[in-house]
Write a protein that binds this ligand. Structure first.
Ligand SMILES: NC(=O)c1ccc[n+]([C@@H]2O[C@H](COP(=O)([O-])OP(=O)(O)OC[C@H]3O[C@@H](n4cnc5c(N)ncnc54)[C@H](OP(=O)(O)O)[C@@H]3O)[C@@H](O)[C@H]2O)c1
Length: 258
């Protein structure tokens, strides 16, 4: 973006709590009207009310499961009906899980792939042709600091490998869309204190390794306010104590008895 943001329109997925909610509030603080999406209507409505109370922007809550194509189409259509355009897409909805691979349930692969990879790609595909016509737009995507690890963190290999694939897709998209004046940015946060990480005991046993959403909010502000002819391709926001920079997720190898 880089120009006046007041009156722009953003979609934020996974906006009822955690990082997505923080980013929806950041957009509202910049004067951006927002459509916020998540599956559960109650928390989504509460977030919409909170934003509308704090900021003078229009907020449209849309119940949406990003794993369902028809829900994504409905989200885009409702946003265009209400606001007439979409300037910014913040692809953020995501799920996580922690399993030794041999124990990971089959249905978990599908849940992770459809939410954390396909949901992002499909929603971008649904907004992109309008952005091309407008000759402007910003697509901000929540990837993960875990993609910086090689090998990927133990017990997170399905989640992290889907984020690696997403990151590769977005890098390609960055080059493909810059010809149209559209910016594509990936945010790579380290372990952040949200409901998602609260459930991952190996990651959160030492709370000094968690960061708040504040630095991610600042990264979004940076991406949206940078000069119009510049686009940050990727911003990694990593707590100095984060497990991804020091391999606290144990890489101990358990050799089978010979
Ligand atoms: N927290 C971290 O340490 C961390 C680090 C790196 C990257 N990330 C990424 O950041 C993103 C947000 O994570 P978070 O920590 O803020 O998670 P969170 O606190 O669990 O919030 C997830 C949000 O996504 C929504 N959501 C989940 N599945 C959905 C679906 N199928 N369709 C629509 N909405 C859905 C949830 O609402 P409903 O349940 O009502 O749908 C909620 O609003 C994810 O992509 C995650 O991979 C997080």
């Amino acid at each position: 973006m880089g120009q006046e943001l007041k009156g722009k329109v953003a979609i934020v997925t996974g906006a009822s709590r955690g990082i997505g909610k923080a980013l929806a509030l950041t957009c509202a603080g910049l004067g951006i009207n927002i459509a916020i999406a998540a599956r559960q209507e109650g928390p989504l409505r509460e977030t919409a009310d909170e934003i509308a109370e704090k900021y003078k922007v229009k907020v449209l809550p849309v119940a949406c499961d990003v794993t369902k194509l028809e829900d994504l189409e409905n989200l885009v259509n409702k946003t265009k009906e209400k606001f007439g355009k979409i300037d910014i897409l913040i692809n953020n909805a995501g799920v996580s899980s922690q399993y030794p691979f041999p124990e990971q349930p089959m249905e978990d692969f599908e849940r992770l792939a459809h939410t954390n990879y396909l949901g992002y790609v499909r929603l971008i595909r649904l907004v992109i042709n309008d952005m091309i016509k407008q000759k402007s737009g910003a697509i901000i995507n929540m990837v993960s600091g875990s993609t910086l690890c090689d090998p990927l963190p133990r017990n997170f290999i399905v989640y992290s490998s889907l984020k690696v694939g997403l990151r590769a897709f977005l890098k390609g998209l960055f080059w493909e869309l810059r010809d149209y004046g559209i910016k594509v940015t990936s945010l790579l946060p380290g372990v952040t204190d949200t409901d998602l990480t609260g459930k991952l005991k190996e990651v959160t046993q030492d709370t000094s390794r968690l960061m708040t959403t504040e630095a991610i909010e600042n990264a979004l502000r940076f991406a949206l306010t940078i000069p119009v002819n510049v686009c940050p391709l990727e911003i990694a926001i990593i707590n100095q104590q984060t497990p991804w920079t020091a391999p606290v997720i144990p890489f101990k190898q358990q050799h089978p008895d010979k």
